[in-house]
Design a protein around this ligand. Structure first.
Ligand code: ADP
Length: 193
């Protein structure tokens, strides 16, 4: 099962992707987590992306696409994956579609975490107090949300047009959203059986 989660910051997609990964035994592939781990490790990649993450900007597509290409070619991703944080713009979406097409695979479903900006902002400011992420400062949060609207929303429309999009009410509780997700996965598996 090849899944993708997309939605604004604070929409809970990372939490839900982690839960899906555990319950369906597929890896949770999060570009944000991978970049933060690289920064933490002080690797060459980490040193390169650290100021970009701190500013809330997007890491260049070449680096991000290559990171995903390598990650998805690992053994554990063969049975499927839940991709989180990628693709974030139309160029990355094109690269992903091509990458999967070249190995005769495709996405099964794109879970769209729909959330109003005011709730997204409120949640991120709350998380800033709890987690202390360097990019959870008010000015950087505003920048990340602006980039989401400008560059990632067209990705949502791209997948809506292909019929893969499953919109979710992301303002609901974690358990309510997860119930919508497991229903959608059951329907998908029913269609494939
Ligand atoms: P959020 O969705 O809360 O902004 P993420 O953990 O998904 O957090 O991403 C954190 C940061 O990592 C982004 O602000 C960006 O700098 C970088 N990043 C993550 N995914 C991508 C991507 N697909 N393309 C470019 N940069 C990315």
């Amino acid at each position: 099962m090849n899944l993708l989660v997309v939605g604004p910051q604070g929409s809970g997609k990372g939490t839900q992707a982690g839960r899906i990964a555990a319950d369906y035994d597929i890896p949770h592939v999060s570009t944000g987590d991978m970049f933060r781990a690289a920064v933490e490790a002080g690797s060459e990649l980490g040193q390169r992306v650290q100021p970009i993450l701190a500013a809330g900007d997007l890491v260049p597509d070449e680096l991000t696409v290559e990171l995903i290409r390598e990650r998805l070619s690992e053994d554990d991703a063969r049975a499927g994956f839940v991709l989180d944080g990628f693709p974030r713009n139309l160029a990355q979406a094109g690269a992903l579609d091509a990458m999967l097409g070249s190995i005769d695979r495709g996405l099964d479903m794109v879970l769209f975490f729909d959330l109003d900006d005011d709730i997204a902002l409120e949640r991120m400011l709350g998380r800033a107090r709890d987690e202390g992420r360097v990019d959870d400062r008010p000015d950087v949060i505003a920048r990340r949300l602006a980039i989401y609207h400008e560059q990632t929303e067209p990705v949502v429309e791209h997948y809506r047009a292909t019929g893969l999009l499953v919109p979710l009410h992301a303002e609901r509780s974690v358990n309510e959203v997860y119930a919508e997700i497991t229903d959608a996965i059951a329907a998908l598996e029913g269609r494939r059986a």
